[in-house]
Design a protein around this ligand. Sequence first.
Ligand code: HEM
Length: 222
Amino acid sequence: MHHGDKILVKVWDQPTRLFHWALVILVAVLWASGELGNLDIHMKLGVWALALLLFRLGWGVVGSPTARFTHFVRGPAAIADYLRAARTGAVRSVGHNPLGALSVLALLGLLIAQSVSGLFTTDDIFTNGPLVHLVPSKTSALLSSLHRLGGKLVLALVALHLAAVAFYTLIKKDDLIRAMITGTKRVPKGVEGVRFAHPLIALALFALACAVVWGGLALAGR
Ligand code: HEM
């Protein structure tokens, strides 16, 4: 198909794109600092990751259509349908496809578990997560093990995610990376873009997420 048959439509709003790339940077630095034992910076950035993830949960409810969980969380039947249709190469809608949505959910779920368990993680030498004192030492030992295991899982899921994106970009010629940077995508005529939610709602939501995280830590921490 040549360019004449295609139009440019809106796919990802600014808050979703900013969230995505901020998370990419945070996770890279979190992984490295965790492995290197650079725990001061690790814990500071881990709390930022928590605030960012909390924002994303809210944006998945009140954000633009393509960012909403109700838009992209689909059952096994929809996934099977998608796989059958995908063989013909037809793009029928914008946003996450039903299979890619699974990877989004897995990554968000794991990173939330990772940033929450981190609060209760101890290295048993000098460094305690800010909420370690709230739980029995057995519990923090368990959560610390889960946190270390989670670190390995993050690596595996990120690798899978990158492999999938490479497949779509190189083999299916669907430029997902450009869409996540510019927010727009070239699609066949007839495929509709979406109307974005107001960015000020995102700003308010992010402020709320920060208030919950740092407010909560101030109340529960010591
Ligand atoms: C998405 C967020 C996070 C990711 C991806 C992440 C990842 C990691 C990784 C890969 C390690 C190294 C594990 C190992 O040594 O095998 C680690 C260790 C650690 N993390 Fe996180 N972390 C996150 C959030 C947090 C948060 C929010 C805190 C606390 C505020 C935290 C506290 C710690 C501590 C104390 C260790 C040292 C554990 C040890 O040496 O035994 N992390 N993290």
